[in-house]
Design a protein around this ligand. Sequence first.
Ligand code: 13P
Length: 247
Amino acid sequence: MAPRALIAGNWKMNLDRAAGEALAKALAAEAAAVSVELAVCPPAVYVASVGVALGSSGVALGAQDCHAAASGAHTGDTAAEMLADLGCTYVIVGHSERRADHGESDATVHAKAEAARRAGLVPIICVGETEAERDAGRTLDVVEGQVRGSVPQGLTGATLVIAYEPVWAIGTGRTPTADDVATVHAHIRKVLGEVSGDAANVRLLYGGSVKPANAAELMAVANVNGALVGGASLKAGDFLGIAKATP
Ligand code: 13P
């Protein structure tokens, strides 16, 4: 049986405190009406107040990044333990925007995923090819390399989520075909079998321009167990529309 789907919102650097709390409350009010698991990942400064707004609704709280160390001289960074302390369940690591803007390597992402495990958080580890890599026919090689380099050994369906986000599909309105997504997700599942003894139960999310209008098609693809949503996660109606279109 496929694992329960997860629809996670990555708010990125958007929404002020009042808007984020209002969105969290709107989602909290609807959580019981959807069959999938919902999660939101607000900007770090708002994780605490969004967590309060979510209350005991069952909508999970996540963050967008963490540092590999548990504490220390790392100005401006946030430890996974601090996020756990605020009630987070999830932390996104290795998003392509962090790989690009902050030069994060697979080794860095691996260390952050280990930090998440240490703190009792579930890492949502992001992988995905650039447009140039896709055009060169290297999609599966690139994604396989990122999975091997970024995913710690021994995590399970309960302690790991992977998000496939083709860089060229993020914020562009463009998406791969359902067949392309199926091919990449099947490959990730296969490679994961060498890294995790529980690969069949690890949720593999698709991310990149997911919206209510394309969610039903993308979420029905084999080995797709939910979505990591950017722009469409900023409006309750759109985010819930995606959740309701997900089997
Ligand atoms: P969009 O849904 O805005 O394309 O962003 C996807 C993403 O990067 C989620 O992490």
